[in-house]
Design a protein. Structure first.
Length: 956
């Protein structure tokens, strides 16, 4: 046999093997054998593996692939007349694949044409008959005809797969042949390739499996040899992709999950979707049963880490086969963020005029630098609504011969600009009197000046040679990197805000290309975050903010500085930069601080770095900061603030002032002190003062490496608590990337509890020394099962079983619910009437909530309505309508949730004011009992109570 023929035959075998997906390892290959010489049936004999047939007879092959697909191959030689390969034989049913040699000359015997007749004078015609029952007129499908040379051998391959039959013929020993054929009356010259597909037939109503046999018709003769039958069972589909749109998931925003799968046999595919996470009690719960729909719409109701999984089947396999099939399942691990914070749509402040700044010291007063003489900041008592507070501030401003020029809704803070001016000789005493006047107003809780805030700055890389590496060694940076990399855990994106004085990129340095950094997120509200030149006093680092960024996020592999968080997190470390020090005056004030914190929170940062403050902060300013951080802790407990402790060297309580904002003892703030590289407290670091000032942790700052210029000069001194803080920020970012559901309190506890107590500071005057490796190890050891366990969803739902070709699938029907609920918080009641639809475990619909009448807005319970005077009803009226207006009698609502066995989780949102009610209910028969919590449109908790009622069900 010629080399070309061998090559072509090899290619054919590869092609056919790929198309069937069969191999001897996973299928069943059988050669047709028997005695060396035997008569099979009348007219058929086998001689040393060669099968010869003549006349009207059957071979008696009688092999079968049962339920599987088949690939039958054989060599064809010396065909005269017509032979057939019959497959799917079941009684009189069968497919009959025919091959007919039609010569142009009369031939009486095979010897007449062996070596004598030119090949161009013969044609091999192909066809398929489908026999069903005893019909005398079977369906016929005509295949292609090819030139045939009886003197040559031909390789025939038949592939049959669920009614899809393909037949290939290859002429052995010749790669191609030029022939002249008459087409449409014209003589055409063409080349016939060695491999020909002669039949491609698809039966929409396929016959069931059966046996295989060969047949010759009257006057026919054929020789066959090298018969091989390869069987392979039907294979389940493989899920190739699964993902959401949009990719950023958050509470109360729809996401469309799409799965795709490929089926080896091209069968139709069905999908079911599963969910596991906080809203399911960390158990796998079916969300969408088997359907040809490859999409599932999900509206998350709770923040946290979830696994979403999808199974795929072609309807030809049992639940166990699908469950244990390697490719029939795919899942994805995702994090759902909380709703975006909206802290005040109109919040803004006016920058102080440099011409109106005066020294902030007087008898008994030290406000730590210059203050604007014409700015008074006030916080209105929280018992008032924002609209009422605005009116109070405007009245006060008129009394001070000024106007309200700024507001901060979260804590009801207002900026009043008076008519005082240095041009007229006004002094700080006038500002002191204005603040005193404001404090006399019983509606004003706090009044204080607009004080300045100050920057608090007093490993394998060559930069960290000798003593320069001591700081990173102290907090175990390298060990933490190794721990993360060795764990193999999935890392999630984490968004950090750095509020400082901007970033300077040295011309020959690419320090910040590894992390994802946004320098425009502040818009026009702040100075540009990218500096055009180094700031005065920062000739090596470039700027104070650049130093913060170097420790947090410098590239680990560019020969320069190395960021702690950027090495393990890469581009999953996402940083928003805010410059609160405009280059024209390089000064920043309390109003800048509050506004930048608002922007950082509203733009999604969950860790906020604040290496600035004032060691002479007015007590009222401290209280204002504490109110703000407490409010954020209530509405967004995951948000963490990392603040510097300050460099005033304060060790004792002071009655008139203390450092701000760092030092507040609250669950969502970590205050960072400063230690030397030998672990001793830095002399100028503020210290813990019981019940007055908290220092949570210590980190290297005074000798930290935080600057490097194009000349290679290193800045590793005067870092202060400013440069200590980003060590903790980096540790927190790594923890949250591993486990994004951690709340601020959890992170603070872990970082503090895993810190090192040192002999040089047994009383923890500047806090325990940060141990990043210990904190990472704690998080990894306490990951929830959703993050650790990759077990598939239990496939307990009924698998669709398909016979033949699937043409349609009906989604399971649902159930209509009519639900009547009473909500009570102990002081009254409200009613909910809902019309819901249940599909599997998903519940959705709409209805109305009925509120108190006009006369009950004052909070007293009315004989006609026992609706509670609480945050659900009265505060809604106050906040959105004012006390003079009545609450509407009802509000339209949308409802969505899940139902599993007797447990109903329901989220109801009022469409008028976006008040949300989260309900955990138990359904026993037609009775419902449970509890609820309510939240306003900004996500702030309002009230809680009990629910009870009844439901009626009706199948759709």
């Amino acid at each position: 046999m010629k080399t070309e023929g061998l090559l072509i035959r090899s290619i054919l075998i590869i092609i056919l093997g790929l198309s069937l997906g069969a191999s001897l390892e996973v299928g069943l290959a059988r050669e047709f054998g028997g005695p060396l010489t035997a008569v099979r049936m009348a007219g058929w004999t086998i001689d040393d593996g060669n099968l010869t047939g003549y006349g009207a007879s059957w071979a008696g092959y009688n092999e079968s692939c049962e339920e599987g697909d088949l690939n039958l191959s054989f060599k064809l030689k010396n065909l005269t007349g017509e032979m057939r390969v019959n497959i799917n034989i079941d009684g009189s049913n069968r497919y009959s694949i025919g091959f007919t040699n039609t010569p142009s000359l009369a031939i009486d015997a095979p010897a007449a044409f062996v070596g004598l007749i030119p090949s161009a004078d013969y044609t091999l015609s192909t066809f398929i008959f489908k026999y069903v029952g005893e019909t005398e007129a079977p369906e016929k499908f005509a295949g292609n005809s090819i030139p045939y040379d009886p003197t040559k051998e031909h390789q025939v391959s038949i592939i049959s797969r669920e009614g899809h039959i393909q037949v290939y013929i290859e002429r052995i020993e010749e790669a191609e042949k030029t022939v002249i054929r008459e087409i449409d009356g014209e003589m055409m010259e063409g080349k016939i390739s060695a491999l020909q597909q002669v039949i491609d037939y698809a039966d929409p109503d396929p016959l069931p499996p059966g046996i295989i046999d060969f047949e010759t018709l009257e006057g026919a003769y054929v020789e066959l040899y090298d018969l091989v039958l390869t069987c392979r069972p039907n294979q389940p589909p493989t899920v190739t992709s699964l993902g959401p749109d949009p990719t950023a998931l958050r509470v109360d925003r729809d996401a469309i999950w799409t799965a795709s799968a490929s089926d080896p046999e091209g069968d139709p595919v069905f999908y079911c979707f599963w969910l596991r996470g906080p809203s399911t009690g960390d158990d796998w719960v079916l969300q969408q049963n088997w359907s040809a729909e490859a999409k599932w719409e999900w509206r998350p109701s709770q923040r946290g880490v979830y696994r979403i999984g999808a199974y795929a089947t072609d309807g030809r396999h049992s639940a166990d086969e699908i469950f244990y099939s390697k490719g029939s399942w795919k899942d994805d691990l995702v994090y759902v963020e909380e709703r975006p914070l909206v802290l005040g749509e109109e919040d803004s402040f006016q920058r102080p005029d440099p011409e109106e700044l005066v020294d902030g010291t007087a008898d008994g007063i030290d406000w730590g630098g210059k203050v604007p003489i014409n700015h008074v900041l006030v916080v209105v008592d929280e018992r008032f609504s924002f609209e009422e507070a605005t009116g109070i501030a405007e009245d006060l401003a008129k009394g001070l011969n000024g106007s309200v020029v700024g507001q901060f809704e979260t804590i009801l803070m207002f900026q009043i600009k008076t008519n005082r001016t240095t041009a007229r000789g006004d002094s700080i005493e006038g500002l002191i009197r204005d603040i005193a006047t404001a404090r006399e107003d019983p509606s004003i809780e706090l009044a204080f000046p607009n004080q300045q805030i100050y920057r608090e700055s007093s490993l394998s890389d060559s930069v960290y040679a000798e003593e320069n590496c001591k700081g990173y060694e102290m907090v175990r940076v390298q060990e933490s990197w190794d721990r993360v990399n060795e764990s193999g855990v999935r890392l999630f994106p984490v968004k950090v805000a750095v509020i400082d004085d901007g970033i300077y990129r040295w011309e020959n340095c690419c320090e910040f290309d590894n992390a994802t950094i946004n320098t425009t997120v502040g818009g026009d509200a702040f100075a540009p975050a990218v500096l055009e030149e180094p700031l005065p006093g920062f000739e090596i680092a470039g700027s104070h903010g650049t130093g913060i960024m170097n420790i947090l996020a410098a590239d680990p592999d560019d020969g320069g500085l190395v960021g702690i968080a950027s090495q393990p997190l890469g581009n999953k470390l996402m940083i928003n930069l805010y410059n609160i020090y405009p280059p024209d005056d390089n000064m920043s004030f309390s109003t800048d601080a509050f506004l930048s914190l608002k922007y950082a929170l509203e733009n999604g940062s969950t860790i906020i770095s604040c290496s600035w403050g004032n060691d002479r902060a007015n007590n009222a300013l401290n209280v204002a900061y504490k109110k703000f951080f407490k409010n954020i802790s209530n509405i967004a407990p995951e948000r963490l603030f990392v603040c510097s402790a300050g460099n005033g060297g304060v060790t004792t309580r002071h009655s008139d002032y203390k450092h701000a904002p760092g030092g507040i003892e609250i669950s969502n703030m970590i205050t960072v002190g400063n230690v030397m590289n030998d672990r001793t407290p830095a002399p100028d670091s503020n210290q813990n003062i019981k019940d007055f000032f908290e220092v949570t942790l210590a980190a290297p700052g005074a000798q930290a490496v935080w600057g490097r210029n194009d000349s290679g000069d290193i800045k590793n001194n005067s870092g202060g608590t400013s440069m200590a803080a980003p060590h903790v920020t980096a540790a927190a970012a790594m923890m949250r990337s591993i486990y994004p559901s951690l709340e601020a309190k959890d992170m603070k506890d872990i970082l503090r509890d895993t810190g090192d107590i040192t002999p040089d500071d047994p009383d923890e005057l500047v806090g325990r020394v940060l141990n990043i490796d210990g904190s990472i190890d704690n998080v990894l050891e306490n990951l929830p099962e959703t993050l650790k366990d990759e077990t598939r969803a239990p496939l307990h739902v009924e698998i669709p079983r398909i016979d033949g070709v699937v043409t349609r699938h009906t989604t399971p029907k649902g159930t209509n619910w009519s639900l009547d609920l009473t909500l009570s918080d102990g002081s009254g009641e409200a009613k909910a009437e809902l019309k819901l639809t249940q599909h599997e475990t998903v519940i959705s619909g709409n209805g109305n909530l009925y509120f108190l009448p006009e006369e009950d807005i004052d909070g007293s319970a009315s004989p006609r309505s026992k609706c509670p005077r609480d945050d659900i009803f009265g505060d809604v009226a106050e906040a959105f309508l004012g006390n003079a207006l009545p609450t509407p009698s009802q509000q339209p609502v949308e409802a969505r949730g899940s139902f599993e066995e007797t447990n109903l989780q329901l989220s109801i949102v009022s469409l008028n004011d976006m008040v949300r009610y989260e309900m955990t209910l138990s359904v026993i028969g037609s009775q419902i009992t449970g509890t609820f919590k309510s939240y306003d449109g900004r996500g702030m908790a309002r009230s809680r109570g009990v629910c009870y009622g009844s439901l009626k069900k009706e199948d759709i």
